[in-house]
Design a protein around this ligand. Structure first.
Ligand code: MRU
Length: 365
């Protein structure tokens, strides 16, 4: 997508042919800074510190991390070390394991002398595939929005989203945002309610930044506002992303998603989840088995922001000494999900429908 008129992806191979560029998402929305990743260690650190984040982008970064490892040393030992280092970075988004397994499947059978080239090729393919998948999600999701638009006869379509499942969370286009960008670009009147998404504020910092740069009308709301808006007919549909979908259609996503799905059900608001197929984990039958990341207390105790004189500062917002719980994700049961918007169409959130749409993935672990 465009940033001040220039096209960017969230991650790319630099013109030197080996180092990797990425947008440093920790600095947004206040500063647009590009980071250079030059080793598997730096790629792992980028994922862990959330310089990059979002399930599909975590996968693409891990793939490039493997390529960087092969650039430095294409031996079996280095390959195994890089896999172990990268897989340990974050536990919930399954795209990380998917991408690393894809890389390992290509690289392990090869002689070390040809691994470097093969690694960069597969990493680039994984990034390009993500862009193609998200474009297809955009087309299928657009049909959902158009159906609602037809009923509103030209009225603005109000869409609620949680966290950032936009182009910054993927390689380009986003998952939840792809249908929104498509609808906006073709002239439909859309407006997005952006959940701020405490504690790290991915909605307020990233989704709002993205939508603003693309000219999509939006309003940032505190996380606990969605239910009120739904009760008053101010939300036509919700579209969120996901970090892992279990075989039964349960959806794991950023903490707070479940509460939005409950409110949507209580108010008959359609609740859609947009996802690329690498986010489906057929090895897990029930969403309650998905590992939920617990993150640092400092994300809750402190907030960062820009002061009036332009400095970026961290401030404490809770009393000293109060214990903190910081669960990164929750699971929305399939029964609360209206449909899964995938690259192969809108799929019912259950095992039979997922397996029929993605039969080639059912045997994978
Ligand atoms: O902790 P994050 O910022 O990596 O969490 C991101 C999300 O929960 C996204 O909604 C999800 O990864 C889908 S991204 C297309």
């Amino acid at each position: 997508m465009k940033v001040d008129g220039r096209h960017f992806r969230s991650i790319w191979l630099e013109p030197d042919g080996w180092s990797v560029g990425a947008i440093d998402q920790r600095r947004l929305p206040h500063e647009f800074v590009i980071a250079s990743l030059t080793s598997a260690e730096e790629a792992a650190d980028a994922i862990q510190t959330m310089l990059v984040r979002g399930a599909p982008l975590i996968g693409a970064t891990a793939a490039y991390g493997m390529a960087l490892a092969m650039h430095a040393d294409p031996s079996d030992v280095a390959l195994d070390r890089a896999y172990k280092l990268l897989i340990a970075t974050r536990p919930t988004a399954i795209n990380l394991k998917w991408a690393l397994d894809e890389m390992a499947a290509v690289l392990r059978p090869l002689a070390p002398s040809v691994r470097r080239e093969a690694a960069y090729k597969r990493a680039a393919e994984i990034a390009d595939e993500d862009v193609g998948i998200n474009q297809a999600i955009g087309s299928h999701g657009l049909e959902v929005i158009e159906a609602i638009a037809a009923k509103k006869a030209g009225g603005t379509i109000n869409i609620l989203t949680h966290c950032n499942a936009g182009w910054l969370a993927t390689v380009d286009w986003g998952t939840a945002t792809a249908p929104i960008y498509r609808a906006h670009d073709m002239g439909l009147s859309v407006h997005v309610w952006v959940d701020e998404t405490r504690p790290r504020n991915q909605g307020a910092s990233l989704t709002a930044w993205e939508l603003g740069h693309h000219g999509v009308p939006h309003t940032i709301i505190p996380d606990n506002t969605g239910g009120h808006l739904m009760q008053h007919g101010m939300v036509d549909l919700a579209i969120v992303g996901t970090d892992r979908v279990a075989a039964n259609g349960d959806v794991c996503n950023k903490i707070g998603t479940y509460l939005k799905a409950l409110a949507a059900r209580d108010n008959s608001v359609p609740f859609y989840v947009a996802l690329p197929s690498p986010t489906i984990d057929f090895s897990i039958n029930d969403g309650r088995e998905i590992p939920i990341e617990q993150r640092a207390a400092s994300e809750v105790t402190h907030m960062s922001g820009r002061t009036a004189d332009g400095r970026i500062e961290m401030v404490r917002v809770v009393p000293e000494g109060s214990p903190i719980a910081n669960y990164g994700f929750d699971v929305t049961p399939a029964r609360l999900v209206t449909g899964l918007i995938t690259e192969r169409g809108v799929v019912r959130p259950d095992h039979a429908a997922l397996a029929s749409a993605f039969p080639e993935r059912t045997g994978r672990r």
